[in-house]
Each structure stands twice: as C-alpha cells, then as structure tokens.
Design a protein around this ligand. Structure first.
Ligand SMILES: Nc1ncnc2c1ncn2[C@@H]1O[C@H](COP(=O)(O)OP(=O)(O)O)[C@@H](O)[C@H]1O
Ligand SMILES: *[C@@H]1O[C@H](CO)[C@@H](O)[C@H](O)[C@H]1NC(C)=O
Ligand SMILES: *[C@@H]1O[C@H](CO)[C@@H](O)[C@H](O)[C@H]1NC(C)=O
Ligand SMILES: [Mg+2]
Length: 446
C-alpha cells in the first residue's frame, strides 16, 4: 500500500496494472506474437493490443485515490462459491450473468463474450482467437478501471473483480457488479409520469457528473437504452468501456461538426485546438433522442407541459448545456413537489364527507391508469384536494384515502375505491366519501 502510494498509484490503479501485467506477460500473453510463439500475432492486432494497453495504463495511473472505491470487496474466492448462475444479457463484447453469493444477495457477473460480435469480427480479420479474446478482455479491464474511478449513483457499482490466470485456460477477467434489470422502454412508457421523470432526472445528473468528472468531460460513445439498467428504481449506466475522455482536436470550426442521423450541429474550435464541449453535447443530444422524447412529455401534469416542452426544445437544439438542463429539471421537480403546478380549482373536497379514524380494507377493486398497484387504483397526489378532483373524474370512484405510502418525490399515494363497505378503524387515517355516493347508499339501504 505504502509502496503503491510512493509510486503515485492508488491501490485500485495498482490492481488494474497487475491485471494488465498478468494479461501481457502471462501464459499466451502479449509475448505470444513477439517472442517465437508458434502463432505470431498479425501486426494489425498487435498494434490494436498495444493501443488498448496504452489507453488502459493512462486511465489506471492518472489519478489519486480520491473518489475511488475502498480496496477490498468481492474477489475470485467469492466467485468460486456462487450458485444459480444464469445469463441476463449480452452485447457485442460482454456477457452478463446473475449469480447468488454464498453469503446471500445476488450480483451481476460480466465477462468477455467469446462468441460475441467484437471477438468474431476480430477473428475474421486477424485469425487469432486468443489475441482477439485478449483484446476484448482489455475492454472489460478498461471498464473495471473506469468503474473504480468514477463513483456516482447513476453508474453501476463495482463490487469486486477476479483476474484468474491459474490453470491452463487463458486469463479470465470477471467484473462483479451490483445486480440490475435491463431497461424495458415499452414497460417504462406504461409507468406513471413521476417515475419516468425520475429516470430522466437521474440521467441528467449522471451527464452532469460525466461532464465535470475527475477524468475530464466523458462522452458515452455507444449511448443507447440497452447500456443502462435499473437498480431499485434508479437508472444506472452499466456499459462504460466505450467512452472517451478526450475532446476532439481541431484546427478550425469546420472540423467540429457534431453529426447525428437526423441533425448536425456546428461547434466552435477553441484556442487550445479542441472542439468545445463536444463530449457534453453529444451525451445531451443522445439523452434527448433516446430518453427525453419518449419519457418526458406523455401524460405529464398539464401545468408542467410548457416547462417540459422548453426542455425538449432546448436539448433537441442543443441550446442548453448540461448545467442549464439540470437547472431546468430541478425547477420542474420543485414545481411538482410543491404542488405549484396545480390549477386553481373550486374546493372539490366540500363534495366529500370525511370520516376520521377509519380506512378501507385492502382488496381488489377497479383499476385505473397509471396505478402504482395492480390490485386497484393507487395514484400519486399532492393532497386530498387533488385526490378529490381525480375521484370526481372517475365514474367508479365513491371514496378514497390518503395512504402512508410516499413516492420518490415525497408525495402520498391515494387509494380510490368503488364502494363504502369494509371500513375498519385506523386512528391515523381518514376516509373521504362522495356526498352523492353516501346518499345513494343510504337510499339503497332503506
Ligand atoms: N449490472 C447488471 N445487471 C443486470 N443486467 C446487466 C448488468 N450489466 C449489464 N447487463 C445486461 O447485459 C447486457 C450486456 O452488457 P454490456 O456491458 O452492455 O455489454 P457490451 O459491452 O457487450 O454491450 C446489457 O445490455 C444489459 O442488458
Ligand atoms: C424549437 O422551437 C423552435 C421555434 O418554435 C422550432 O423551430 C424548433 O424546431 C424547435 N426544436 C425542437 C428540437 O423541437
Ligand atoms: C457548470 O457547473 C460546473 C459545476 O458547478 C462548473 O464548474 C462549470 O463552470 C459550469 N459550466 C458552465 C458553462 O456554466
Ligand atoms: Mg452494451
């Protein structure tokens, strides 16, 4: 530890470098092509390997311990004891499995996808399977290094790693991550606006962090919903091997065009010969086209729509940078939390009788959209007034209660019911009953 500090390296960086050494000097390592091995590596592949090593060394060695995960965590020993391993998903480079730890809890294990497109294409080009797998292993090592150095609630948490070069098999790199679930856009479209807003806000906070990260402004080169997972209702990026911390170099402004399939943006070339803010802008436009346009506007509270349209317009035209975007999101959150978005309504609650000290028995009832429960109609409200407005707008609704449950913004959930039966005492609760409904009931009883 002291030696590592003395050499200007953190423990984490040292670990990554050790893995790098194992990969390059170990069995079938970088020596394969260079020192009289029976199958020398083609020069092109050797050059690619060299570049990745350089890239990795730069990332691993560049910084201090600040912000890095404490040493420790899970390792090879824990991996040998996992059970119930099943594949969760894969991409071009990596395959991810779910596994149960011996001590309880589950994790995601990321390793090189030997049959994935990245390795296959490399083998097609160079005909060197071992070298190609090593090339892919470098990508995973880069990801592990980045996960160690970048800590943010919007980035999947690294819980440990295993570099295994024992036995005859080639060196295996496994990243042990917190377990998430793949992002299902179709499913997300059916969730309440408040939850979709949360995802967009998490993404904006992540992009703010990336724009001002300890490694400089970071661009996600392969920015797509499938590079993200949900962990406890929070959006997190999981695929970060394909990032760049360099901003594009330029001589003049026309070297700095940011191109997307549907649009391109001319940017400025700065005095130091870098395209100014290109990484931040690329992330932001991708967030706009893959997330905001789908998740933000649909069924938003009417009074918030102008603010959301402004965010969409400003990010879609890259008029806002990430700082202004975050500010705009926080303003919407503030309006929403404080109920300022509610339109002035007549006092609808006067149409309701309130019965203090009672609540309704939980049971299956009529459904509404977008309910927080599949058993009935459970919606986020600002308070009893808003709940009364909702109950008024629903034919089946005869009564409601404000539950103790809260959404992530701190708003209560209201449960709407179609009947008045099954009241039970509950000192902390209030049942609101439609006056019309109560008189109808009385008539029926007579
Ligand atoms: N922590 C995780 N929990 C659950 N699923 C994950 C996790 N990380 C990745 N995945 C799933 O595995 C897939 C492949 O992982 P990814 O890192 O994107 O590999 P690649 O670089 O090959 O694209 C992702 O699209 C995602 O569905
Ligand atoms: C933003 O608004 C302007 C003016 O109404 C419009 O011309 C432009 O197309 C809008 N851009 C986006 C991305 O919606
Ligand atoms: C954005 O915010 C960061 C962090 O607060 C700050 O360092 C940076 O100067 C701001 N950038 C702009 C363009 O305002
Ligand atoms: Mg991926």
């Amino acid at each position: 530890m002291a030696a590592a500090r003395g050499a200007g390296l953190s423990a984490a960086a040292l670990l990554a470098l050790l893995a790098l050494l194992a990969l390059t000097a170990g069995r079938g390592g970088g020596g394969e092509g260079q020192r009289g091995s029976p199958h020398p590596l083609p020069p092109g592949l050797r050059e690619e390997l060299r570049q990745r090593r350089r890239d990795l060394r730069r990332l691993a060695g560049g910084g201090g311990e600040e912000g890095e995960a404490a040493a420790g965590g899970l390792g090879c020993g824990d991996l040998r004891l996992v059970t119930g391993v099943s594949v969760l998903g894969w991409g071009f480079t990596k395959v991810v499995s779910r596994a149960a730890l011996a001590g309880g809890g589950a994790v995601a294990l990321k390793s090189v996808h030997g049959a994935g497109r990245e390795v296959r294409q490399c083998v097609q080009r160079y005909g060197a399977p071992a070298g190609c797998r090593r090339l892919a292993a470098y990508k995973l090592l880069k990801e592990v290094t980045l996960l160690r150095r970048l800590q943010h609630p919007g980035i999947v948490q690294l819980r440990g790693q295993c570099y295994d070069n024992s036995g005859d098999a080639e060196i295996r790199v496994t990243a042990i991550l917190e377990l998430g679930s793949p992002l299902e856009m179709i499913q997300l479209l059916q969730t309440p606006w408040e939850e979709r807003f949360k995802i967009c806000l998490s993404l904006v906070k992540l992009l703010f962090y990336l724009a001002h990260s300890p490694l400089g402004s970071i661009v996600l080169l392969d920015f797509q919903p499938r590079q993200f997972v949900m962990v406890d209702g929070n959006l997190k990026v999981t695929d970060i091997d394909d990032v760049s911390t360099e901003e594009l170099s330029c001589k003049e402004d026309k070297d700095c065009t940011l191109d997307f399939p549907t649009k391109s943006f001319p940017l400025k070339c700065s005095a130091v010969g870098k395209c100014e803010g290109i990484n931040e802008k690329k992330n932001l436009f991708n967030a706009y086209r893959y997330f905001f346009t789908y998740l933000l506007p649909h069924s938003a509270p009417p009074a918030l729509r102008p603010f959301l349209s402004d965010i969409l317009n400003a990010t879609g035209d890259l008029r806002y940078g990430i700082n202004e975007t975050l500010k705009a999101f926080e303003k919407v959150l503030h309006l929403y939390k404080s109920g300022l978005y509610l339109q002035k309504r007549p006092l609808l609650l006067e149409d309701y009788i309130s019965l203090k000290g009672f609540r309704m028995v939980e049971r299956e009832d009529y459904k509404c959209w977008p309910s927080y429960s599949h058993l009935g109609c459970l919606l986020s409200v600002h308070g009893a007034e808003e709940a009364a407005a909702i109950c008024n707008s629903q034919m089946q609704c005869q009564s409601f209660i404000i539950t103790q449950q809260r959404t992530w913004t701190g708003r209560p959930l209201a449960s709407f019911q179609s009947s008045l039966t099954d009241l039970i005492p509950d000192t902390s609760a209030v049942v609101y009953i439609k006056r019309l409904a109560s008189s109808e009931e009385r008539l029926q009883r007579q």
